[in-house]
Design a protein around this ligand. Structure first.
Ligand code: SF4
Length: 342
């Protein structure tokens, strides 16, 4: 392996994400000599963050929290892939195999939550990474984040595909009592073939649904996001029906859905994946995704079908269940994110 001299003295605290970006720009990810390899074949680079709460615009929440960056779940459609370029890394393998761990995240967050100006606005946890990807097991940054949010009585929405979340049902229940807490388990489909093809590093969809049941049984407002529904993989009526029935059978308090959108590095990665694994589908995807969203008529058709199935299986829509706006952009076309924190 080529070795690159460190450009700074690591000292007692890990480098900042800016340091990491500089290192990678000059020497590729091979320059991350401190990134610890683990048995899952990913490398984990500890970093120091300067802020934890990240302001966003055009969303139904004003703040996001992401204790990690990159995600070993490696979903091919993941919209967060495109953000990995902030660290000079690619949206392909490096997104799923070089994970940044913000070691001082909870201490920084606690300081921000303790500040007199903190107005306890809704915070979304896990928007650019999965807060319950495997590395959360040893680091427990997400658990400690939830404890801080509960102490500061901050209302929170949490999105994940990780059944590990059941480990933290005690602190989620604390947060539910001190403020509000909604868990959005992402289960786009229960179709095994689509799961294996699209979400290679995730737990089985039924394992995720069992986690929803356990959380709901513990009194936590837990439901499911079928997000994203991927045309040609999980969009058929029979697959939607099986998925919504399974969601209802597992006691989810609500369900919501989104159809996949493709932008920047995520688009490039997804199209390369289709070209490599399913070349015959490429022309269809190119037609359907001439823009970042499929045509509105297509999206409305899917959403209409989901709404009809929700009604049939007695499931609430998520905005009814959590008593507020949906966790999606107010205007999907105009939503702008003001860069995720690092
Ligand atoms: S689990 Fe979420 S953050 Fe992780 S790769 Fe999949 S979609 Fe992206």
């Amino acid at each position: 392996m080529v070795s690159h001299p460190l450009l700074f003295d690591l000292g007692a605290s890990p480098p900042t994400t800016r340091d990491i970006a500089t290192l990678v720009r000059d020497g590729g990810t091979a320059a991350l000599l401190e990134a610890a390899p683990r048995a899952d074949d990913a490398r984990y680079q500890e970093v120091t963050c300067r802020s934890a709460l990240n302001a966003v615009k055009g969303m139904p929440f004003n703040w996001t929290l992401n204790p990690y960056r990159g995600c070993t779940h490696g979903c091919h459609y993941c919209f967060a892939r495109r953000y990995h370029v902030q660290f000079e890394m690619n949206a392909d393998d490096e997104f799923a195999s070089v994970i940044l761990v913000k070691r001082n995240f909870v201490e920084v967050l606690q300081r921000e939550l303790d500040h007199p100006s903190w107005a306890r606005e809704l915070v979304a946890l896990g928007t650019a990474t999965d807060p319950y990807q495997p590395i959360e097991g040893p680091y427990r940054l997400t658990r400690r984040t939830i404890e801080s949010l509960a102490r500061s009585r901050t209302p929170t929405g949490l999105v994940t595909k990780g059944p590990m979340i059941v480990r933290d049902k005690d602190v989620l229940a604390d947060l539910s009592r001190s403020a509000t807490c909604t868990v959005y388990m992402s289960v786009p489909t229960v179709d095994e073939e689509a799961w294996r093809q699209l979400e290679p590093g995730t737990a089985h969809p039924l394992q995720r649904l069992r986690a929803v049941r356990e959380l709901a049984d513990a009194g936590i407002n837990a439901g499911v996001l079928m997000a994203p529904i991927v045309p040609g993989f999980s969009s058929s009526r029979s697959k939607l029906e099986r998925t919504i029935k399974a969601i209802a059978d597992h006691g989810a308090r609500f369900v919501g859905c989104n159809v996949m959108y493709l932008q920047d590095g995520t688009r490039t990665h997804f199209m390369k994946f289709i070209e490599r694994e399913f070349p015959s589908m490429r022309p269809r995807f190119e037609r359907l995704y001439a823009k970042k969203y499929p045509p509105e008529a297509y999206r409305e058709e899917i959403k209409g079908m989901v709404a009809m199935l929700q009604q049939r299986f007695g499931l609430s829509r998520r905005e009814e269940a959590d008593g507020r706006a949906e966790l999606k952009p107010r205007s999907e076309r105009e939503a702008t994110q003001v860069g995720f924190a690092w």
